[in-house]
Design a protein. Structure first.
Length: 79
């Protein structure tokens, strides 16, 4: 479970306009990732970047991307 490597891979795929990778990277950034014992932050929360990734995915045709954009607006997260 190497979350940092997974995020890097998702972001690399997102650079190549892979919609699912944008949504997955966005989800990791939206929530952040902490260690199982709760003592260490593995991935910092970045809700603004998550929103941007969701929006890019939506603009490329991802329904899940748009769904997450709407959720961000509804909760005021990342916008």
């Amino acid at each position: 479970q190497n979350f940092s490597a997974a995020l890097e891979d998702f972001l690399a795929a997102a650079e190549n306009e892979h919609e699912d990778a944008m949504v997955s990277a966005g989800a990791m950034l939206h929530q952040g990732v902490i260690s199982e014992d709760g003592r260490m932050v593995i991935i910092e929360r970045d809700q603004q970047r998550a929103f941007e990734l969701y929006q890019q995915a939506g603009e490329l045709g991802s329904v899940e991307g748009w769904r997450n954009v709407v959720s961000c607006y509804a909760t005021g997260q990342g916008v």
